[in-house]
Ligand binder design. Structure first.
Ligand code: DGT
Ligand code: CA
Ligand code: CA
Ligand code: ZN
Length: 569
């Protein structure tokens, strides 16, 4: 079983226990284990074989025993019994805003509702009125919530698809005759969600590669397989396209199947104007095909500089490539610090020192510790007193790790009434203040903007975190007047964040580019809650690249002294 499959099973257990009204500490333990298993970088199955399951954070004896039963027998009795007691399809009902576990339980017990379609039908037919605590307004909100869910779609997160694709590529590179193997499509362009995984290979003899691919253990079923391409479905319910061409066409193949479709349409029509025809095999001039083994050579033949895949969205990159003025995009190696992470002082699972040492090991020079402020009730956020205690700990860590620097910061709650969660004199003592909205996200635009603008105009607020508050496939973005927010940030010198959490990616590329063009600095954040979580900085960097950002646009690329000077702006 893959890590994701194991994680999903424990997440389902947590949901079913919660629906049953189990104790909070119990279902939270399963949910935490599910999160950690899902994010564990190595193979959980391999860990299990080595008897080292308890090395995964959140996995204690109880859960390790359950994983052992699951992996050795293929099923888990506890899970199967829960599925008898709580219909598993009820879990999807929990995704509807306003339907928590208690309400889901009530809907099931009183109306026999066990899935989303039944809930939608009951709401439309006015049958929810009979249920305790459900007024006409609630029924209306539930219907709106179901609409919103339908429109969210269910594309796969980049952070989920990337490691899967890497594993497949590692396997393909061992296949007979393979000389090149890379990802293509939206995955190579690092779009925040992908419809499928596209894999590209170069090999002299293509058919054996296709056969090798369709027989990989990750493959659940083969949709189609030919001499040089195949489409398969993985156990993890994700479709994968493979295309194999001879090495001479490798560059042309990469270019063609990286897309985007809009980029290719623009590229091809420009080529036609020059009397050229472009395909995955190469470029045809006067009836003669020239294959390109190298992607840069393929672009050069069209009079263009090589275009980084993240820019291939028909947003002006072809013109820039023609005129030799493509940006020098930021890279992971330019990142010197991380501007959002949590510790045991709020909802993180590791100490300040452990997070600092992990960041140091990644080659960073500085980090900001941004535990939640008190207003976010669920995470035992910091009040004035605990902030003072935390300061002593951070000072001590700085003494030990110098010249590495831990900046004192906070993820400051912008409260529903528009005020900030801590007074100005407390904020003034912090090195950097990151403000964000976690509650009342469904307020209307004027109310939300009033809250944001108040925060942006506070002289102590340096960065607005995950501005839209969206959760991919789960929660729509807040209804913001983004242009007004960007204007206010430009005016006050406030930065906007690209949050690298796989289900956030907030801002997205287009939004961050807009902000950059108006002179707003961008902050990159892993928003890590444990050392492994720091790695999603690579996703934030991908998004920054999609936003055309260069190091000069990004706070994290600043050496410590320059960043400290920026904070005094
Ligand atoms: P996705 O899968 O929805 O996230 O987006 P893409 O861009 O990966 O689209 P996909 O998988 O349909 O195709 C991969 C790339 O192949 C696409 O970006 C452009 C290129 N391509 C070449 N020929 C075709 C074609 O005939 N149809 C489509 N849709 N794409 C093509
Ligand atoms: Ca694709
Ligand atoms: Ca595809
Ligand atoms: Zn947050």
């Amino acid at each position: 079983m893959t890590n994701a499959e194991i994680a999903q099973l424990f997440a389902d257990i947590a949901d079913m226990l919660e629906i049953q009204g189990e104790d909070r500490y119990r279902y939270l333990a399963y949910r935490r284990a599910a999160d950690e298993l899902g994010q564990y970088p190595g193979s959980v199955e391999a860990l299990w074989r080595d008897g080292r399951l308890e090395e995964v954070p959140g996995v204690g004896k109880t859960i390790a025993t359950k994983i052992d039963e699951l992996l050795s027998s293929g099923t888990l009795k506890f899970y199967e019994r829960l599925r008898q007691e709580v219909p598993p399809s009820l879990i999807e009902v929990l995704r509807v805003p306003g339907v928590g576990p208690k309400r889901a339980n009530l809907l099931w017990k009183t109306l026999g509702i066990t899935d989303l379609a039944m809930l939608e039908a009951a709401a439309k037919e006015g049958r929810l009125k009979g249920v305790k605590g459900l007024g006409a307004q609630t029924a209306q909100n539930i219907l709106k919530g179901i609409e919103a869910l339908h429109s969210l779609g269910d594309r796969t997160l980049l952070g989920t698809a990337l490691p899967l694709a890497e594993t497949l590529l590692d396997a393909l590179r061992q296949a007979p005759g393979v000389v090149q193997a890379e990802m293509g499509g939206s995955l190579r362009r690092r779009q925040e969600t992908v419809g499928d995984i596209d894999l590209l290979c170069a090999a002299g003899d293509t058919a054996p590669v296709v056969q090798f691919f369709t027989e990989l253990p990750q493959v659940r079923s083969v949709q189609s397989a030919g001499a040089n391409k195949a489409t398969v479905i993985l156990h993890r319910d994700l479709s994968v396209d493979l295309i194999v061409l001879p090495p001479a066409s490798w560059g042309s193949l990469l270019q063609h199947f990286t897309g985007s479709q809009a980029h290719n349409v623009e590229l091809r029509s420009a080529a036609v104007a020059q009397g050229l025809h472009v395909s995955e095999w190469g470029i045809t001039r006067d009836g003669v095909l020239t294959p390109y083994a190298d992607e840069a050579a393929h672009y050069r033949a069209l009079g263009l500089d090589w275009i980084p895949p993240e820019l291939r969205e028909a947003e002006g990159e072809l013109e820039a490539a023609r005129e030799g003025r493509l940006p020098h995009l930021i890279e992971l190696g330019d990142v010197r610090g991380d501007l959002q992470m949590h510790t045991t002082w709020s909802d993180g699972t590791r100490s300040v020192e452990e997070m600092a040492r992990a960041a140091q090991a990644l080659g960073y020079e500085w980090i900001a510790i941004t535990d939640h402020s008190r207003g976010l009730g669920v995470t035992q956020g910091l009040d004035v007193e605990r902030l003072r205690e935390q300061r002593r700990e951070i000072d001590a860590v700085n003494d030990r790790l110098a010249p590495f620097r831990v900046l004192r910061s906070i993820e400051l709650e912008i409260l529903a009434d528009g005020t900030l969660d801590l007074p100005d004199d407390v904020l003034a003592q912090l090195d950097v203040v990151v403000a964000s909205v976690h509650t009342g996200q469904r307020a209307d635009r004027p109310a939300l903007m009033k809250r944001y603008l108040n925060a942006v105009h506070n002289p102590h607020v340096d960065i607005i975190a995950h501005p839209f508050g969206r959760l991919l496939n789960r929660r729509p973005p807040m209804d913001l007047d983004f242009e007004a927010l960007v204007d206010a940030c430009a005016e006050t010198g406030t930065a906007l964040e690209i949050n690298g959490q796989a289900d956030r990616m907030d801002l997205n590329g287009g939004q961050a580019r807009y902000a950059m063009q108006r002179g707003v600095m961008i902050s990159l954040a892993s928003d890590a809650h444990h050392p492994d979580g720091l790695k999603v900085m690579s996703l934030a960097v991908s998004t920054a690249r999609r936003a055309w950002l260069e190091p000069k646009h990004v706070l994290n690329a600043m050496p410590l002294d320059i960043f400290l000077a920026w904070l005094q702006r």
